[in-house]
Design a protein around this ligand. Sequence first.
Ligand SMILES: C[S@@+](CC[C@H](N)C(=O)[O-])C[C@H]1O[C@@H](n2cnc3c(N)ncnc32)[C@H](O)[C@@H]1O
Length: 186
Amino acid sequence: MKNIQAKMFNKKASNPKNRPDQIIEAIILKSGQSIADIGAGGGYFSLRFAKIAGQEGKVYAVDASPDFLEFIKKSAKDEGLNNVIPMLVSEDRLVLPEKSLDFIFMRNVTHHIPNRVKYFRNLKDFLKPDGKIIIIEYKKGKFFTFRGIFGHDVPKEIIIREMEEAGYLLEREFDFLPEQHFTIYY
Ligand SMILES: C[S@@+](CC[C@H](N)C(=O)[O-])C[C@H]1O[C@@H](n2cnc3c(N)ncnc32)[C@H](O)[C@@H]1O
């Protein structure tokens, strides 16, 4: 069942309508850098990052579901990638190597996180001094759509305010995604 869901996440993430190539271009991840993909789901972005980061770089695929992480582990193995490190977390108990990351990437996951300001503040421990946090989150869905009814979204203004409260500044924002907002912080 979880495999089907992981594949579904990847199908959506890779759909050209959701502009995955433009997302990758906007992040400017370089070979040798390290990134954590928090709420990695089916791992579509984790694997793309791993190809760019290369042998000297690292991708932490972080998720609260062991089944998704197993799926990612297998996909990485099938693609001959050995720089993807699966990390299981429960709620906000995230532990990553201190001051090690160039980027933290969170796509469609902040709506799952209960105490976001505290959570965002803690992320600073894992970032290098010039590290950045990338947040892609759903805008409000139209009435009578799944997201409109179940509220799997967080408005951009709330994310910006919470990130500022947690000690970050907005560096860039992009408006090319049809369903989500996309902001980068330092
Ligand atoms: C909607 S999916 C997004 C998956 C992927 N980021 C993508 O864009 O395709 C949300 C993911 O976040 C994970 N998740 C939920 N709460 C989490 C938490 N507190 N920490 C890490 N991952 C979490 C879920 O298990 C799920 O894989």
